[in-house]
Design a protein around this ligand. Structure first.
Ligand code: UDX
Length: 469
């Protein structure tokens, strides 16, 4: 099929590149000439596993880059809208980029074209896109609008696209459904997985995936409801971790116990310093706003958001309770990205904590395998940046682990012990076994588990177990 993808960000670039790997002819459209030039000469602007290989495989052949959306629409059978939908002040999704793209598409709709909303958009958006395209002169019989939400995790987006748990398509006509079935045919038929050069199959893959065909409104709601449920699961486990801290239980053991229930499942039950990223925070606010607009007051989402923000405050209190005072303290910080495996710092709890610690007068020496360039633009000169985790730990009054990078879970603890000023580790992502840390001479504090100490601390510091009345 001939496909246009509008927007070359995290979603658009991965979508276009993966469609090319499925055998489609793709035009990736962007209004930023600098981005297009960089893509044409082989740069890969985002940190995504397998993206460089697939782009190199198809650049100039199956995937081309253009700034002319009308021409791209004219020569395509489907146009995927994958532009940003950032939150406005009030928390609603800003759909102005979607609207301007829809307006431009209407000028290129000649042959029957399916216009597909790939960006995460509130329910009813597909109806607005249809209205805008007709208002700008397109013949209603020459196009349909479909919803095809993405479920891509940053850092894993190519794998998530090619080995999805399911593909959701929202359409209002059988003709549009047929086009979408053909586009995803290489996956739903299993043909792609038989190819020698398919990207590696993850263990949990359900290949070939099911194609769920539903209405556009249901497809739009599936996306918001999925993200809201996942964020709720994280806030739920973080709340349970706080209760574990109060009673002296171990949240890892509690999560093992609940996660083995097949109705709950073990994934997304990792307590930490809260979720971040460009999706969960934004999507929860948008879903809450959409629910309110449609007459439902979805207060549960407010509690999910509150618990998430409180998680950072709790961790900051823990750091203070261990250091006594902040001013002038040198802290080693491991991790700035919102999660391991990505260079993205948007709504990163790690970055928000670093900014809070700077405000408290700490000296921060931070290391992140991929996010330091982006973090420098935000933190400016307030933070020292280290070449590796050990340099960040040098002379530290305490070492903080704030992002779940795999490499932070297998540090040389003997070497680390010789570098820190005091053997104190506060781990916001529960990467270590407390007993192992004590064996290596560290006092180790984590989330939802008892502190493992190698030093005497004033009794009042640690959360008191509530004595039964
Ligand atoms: C998410 C959804 O997973 C994806 O389906 C959707 O398309 C986009 O939003 P993403 O934001 O890239 O993907 O990252 P994800 O892996 O979901 O993690 C989100 C945040 O939750 C990160 O800050 C991560 O550290 C945190 N997290 C995740 C936890 O704190 N605990 C967990 O168990 C899992």
């Amino acid at each position: 099929m001939r496909i246009a993808v509008v927007g070359s960000g995290y979603v658009g670039l991965v979508t276009g590149t993966c469609f090319a790997d499925l055998g489609h002819e793709v035009v990736l459209v962007d209004n930023d000439e600098k981005k297009l030039a960089a893509l044409r000469n082989g740069e890969v602007p985002i940190h995504e596993r397998f993206l460089p290989e697939l782009l190199a495989r198809h650049r100039g052949e199956r995937i081309k880059f253009s700034g002319d959306l009308q021409a791209a629409t004219r020569e395509s059978e489907a146009v995927f809208i994958a532009v940003g939908t950032p939150p406005t002040e009030s928390g609603d999704a800003d759909l102005s980029y979607v609207e301007s793209v829809a307006r431009e598409i209407s000028g290129g709709v000649d042959e029957y074209t399916v216009v597909v909303e790939k960006s995460t958009v509130p329910v009813y958006t597909s109806q607005w896109i249809r209205t805008i395209i007709m208002r700008n002169g397109a013949d209603p019989s020459s196009f349909d609008v479909a919803s095809n939400p993405e479920f891509l995790r940053e850092g894993m987006a190519v794998t998530d696209f090619l080995y999805p748990d399911r593909i959701v398509v929202g359409v209002e006509s059988e003709r549009a459904a047929e086009v979408m079935r053909e586009i995803y045919g290489p996956l739903t038929s299993g043909w792609y997985y038989g190819r020698g050069d398919a990207i590696p199959r993850p263990e949990a893959a359900k290949a070939p995936p099911r194609l769920i065909v539903t209405s556009t409104k249901s497809a739009e709601l599936i996306k918001h409801a999925s993200n809201a449920f996942l964020a709720m699961k994280i806030s739920f486990v973080n709340a349970v971790a706080s209760i574990c801290e109060s009673v002296g239980a171990n949240v890892q053991q509690v999560c093992d116990g609940i996660g083995t229930d097949s109705r709950i499942g073990p994934r997304f039950l990792n307590p930490g310093i809260g979720y971040g990223g460009s999706c969960f925070p934004k999507d929860l606010m948008a879903f809450r706003a959409v629910a309110k607009e449609s007459g439902y007051d979805f207060r549960l989402l407010e509690e999910v958001i509150r618990i998430n923000e409180d998680q950072r405050r709790r961790f900051l209190r823990k750091v203070r309770s261990v250091l006594w005072t902040f001013r002038g303290k040198r802290l080693g910080v491991l991790g700035l990205a919102f999660k391991g495996g990505t260079d993205d710092i948007r709504e990163s709890p790690a970055l928000l904590l670093v900014q809070e610690l700077l405000r408290e007068g700490c000296h921060i020496c931070a290391y992140d395998p991929a996010a330091m360039e982006r973090a420098k633009e935000v933190l400016k000169s307030g933070v020292e940046f280290a070449a590796d985790a050990y340099e960040a730990a040098e002379g530290a009054d305490a070492l903080l682990i704030l992002t779940e990078w795999e490499e932070f879970a297998s540090l040389d603890l003997e070497r680390l012990r010789t570098l820190v000023k005091y053997p104190i580790v506060l781990d916001g992502r529960n990467l270590y076994d407390p007993a192992l840390m004590v064996e290596h001479g560290f006092s180790y504090y984590s989330v939802g588990r008892p502190a493992a100490l190698t030093e005497e601390l004033p009794a009042r510091i640690l959360p008191q177990k509530r004595e039964r009345a």
